[in-house]
Write a protein that binds this ligand. Structure first.
Ligand code: SDX
Length: 429
């Protein structure tokens, strides 16, 4: 039987067969690229609930089973065995590195962690109370004003250098956003430290004393970067792809992704979760907030719950919840928010509303708690997400820009505005 779908316009009786394309995992797609030519009609799918925007071999999510693969490797195996730098190599180059390849790649990233001295001056133009994500959008977008030698999107080596610079420089830019907000000096990166350790020293070291990162905190940081690295065609990744489809330079595209990730419906949810748990304040208040989340007339949502793709437990949330408990135990931190979060999850997952709508904790539900436990300030949570996701954005950007049929993304619309009408002279209005 032909692998096709037939669409019939019942008003004209015209029928056309459209091919079905199958991937290696997940639902097949109906290739409807000729639909407008055949029927003079568009598909209509606000929010893209039923739309595949591209082919990709980078990441796969099975929302029903709660599975996440990076280049085919399950996220729980990478979380257990890999490092963020190795995960960056995997996402960019497509396979796990040999020991020599990993050592060479790690060395390259380490030597790209400094930023142009002119970029330091950018910070002084911001207000001290600017949200660090606002600074990130500005400074990441400015990178293309400093690195002219890697802006040729059609040159493979330029693309690779841009990726190296983005992976390496985001922790420096991010940490300086935090230091600027506190009126503190900007440490330089240290080449003797690993990726997560270096980020911690950029965040918390002082020129007045030695700083040695806590290994437990560094491991938790590295795990968070791994878990946030990529996630198919989420809102910020789709933004990076669309920006890239106009052939804008990679730094401009990444800064567009930073802006998109900031929203509380997306990467900003981890900061919103902490605000929500702080507002709940005590386990005895949970029922009141569950009721608010279920009340359609109340705009309150259980932040960190629900997902467009996961209709089962987000595997990243499971991993972070386990790591959270380990970190709190090792650091001997008694964080009441963790107890509230565990109880909130327990109650919600038994509640018919959440069960029927398949609303489970997502990556953001526990990530704020573990960051809070290791001393990351709340307004830096989404910045941490940005550092992790940058490798996913730039890998997806490369995949898009190197497609054989790469073309600008330009969706159409259903126009419901005023019909054609003549201009009304002022005297007749
Ligand atoms: C991330 O796309 C990705 O992969 C994103 C991400 C990544 O790694 O890139 O995984 C990172 O963004 C995780 C999501 C973080 N956001 C939040 O935790 C914010 C709270 N969650 C929701 O706003 C919502 O669940 C979304 C935005 C995550 C998903 O929205 P959808 O898929 O558009 O679902 P929806 O808003 O249409 O909700 C479906 C139903 C609605 O009820 P009905 O109108 O059908 O009666 O579920 C309800 C919603 O009201 N609902 C919730 C809810 N989330 C959805 N009700 C209460 N609390 C919630 N959190």
């Amino acid at each position: 039987m032909a692998d096709t779908v037939t669409i019939t316009d019942n008003s004209t009786g015209k029928s056309v067969e459209f091919p079905i394309k199958h991937g290696s995992h997940g639902p097949p797609v109906i290739d409807i690229r000729t639909l407008y030519k055949e029927f003079g009609m568009f598909t209509y799918d606000p929010g893209f609930l039923s739309t595949a925007s591209c082919e990709s071999d980078i990441t796969f999510i099975d929302g029903e089973k709660g599975i996440l693969l990076y280049r085919g490797y399950p996220i729980d195996q990478l979380a257990e065995n890999s490092s963020f730098i190795e995960t960056c190599y995997l996402l960019w180059y497509g396979d796990l590195p040999t020991a020599n390849e990993l050592e060479e790649f790690s060395g390259i990233i380490t030597r790209h962690t400094m930023v142009h001295e002119g970029l330091r001056n950018f910070y002084s133009g911001f207000r001290r109370d600017a949200h660090p994500m606002a600074t990130m959008v500005g400074v990441v977008g400015a990178l293309s004003a400093f690195y002219h030698d890697s802006l040729d999107i059609h040159d493979e080596r330029s693309r690779e250098i841009s990726a190296h610079r983005i992976i390496a420089k985001l922790p420096t830019i991010a940490a300086w956003s935090y230091r600027f907000s506190r009126g503190e000096p900007f440490p330089y990166p240290r080449n003797d430290l690993g990726y997560a350790e270096n980020f911690l020293q950029l965040m918390f070291s002082y020129p007045t004393e030695e700083y040695e990162p806590n290994p437990v905190v560094a491991k938790a940081m590295d795990l968070l970067f791994i878990l946030h690295a990529d996630h198919e065609q989420n809102a910020s990744t789709s933004t990076v792809r669309l920006a890239g489809s106009s052939q804008a330079n990679p730094f401009a595209c990444i800064s567009a992704g930073v802006g998109t990730l900031w929203g509380p419906a997306h990467g900003g949810a981890n900061e919103a979760v902490i605000k929500m748990l702080t507002e709940i304040g005590d386990v005895k208040n949970i029922d009141k907030y569950i009721a608010k989340a279920k009340d359609h007339d109340d705009p309150f949502r259980l932040m960190g719950f629900g997902h467009r793709v996961y209709k089962n437990y987000d595997p990243r949330a499971k991993i972070i919840r386990k790591a959270c408990k380990e970190v709190l135990d090792v650091l001997k931190v008694n964080d009441p928010m963790f107890e509230i979060a565990l109880r909130l999850e327990e109650i919600a997952l038994k509640d018919e509303y959440f069960v029927a709508k398949k609303l489970y904790p997502n990556v953001d539900f526990y990530s704020g708690i573990i960051q809070h436990a290791i001393g990351i300030p709340t307004n830096m949570f989404t910045v941490i997400f940005t550092i992790g996701r940058a490798i996913g954005w730039i890998s997806q950007w490369k995949e898009m820009i190197t497609e054989d049929q790469q073309r600008i993304g330009r969706p159409r619309q259903l126009y419901v505005g005023a019909k054609t009408r003549d201009y009304i002279p002022m005297g007749e209005r």
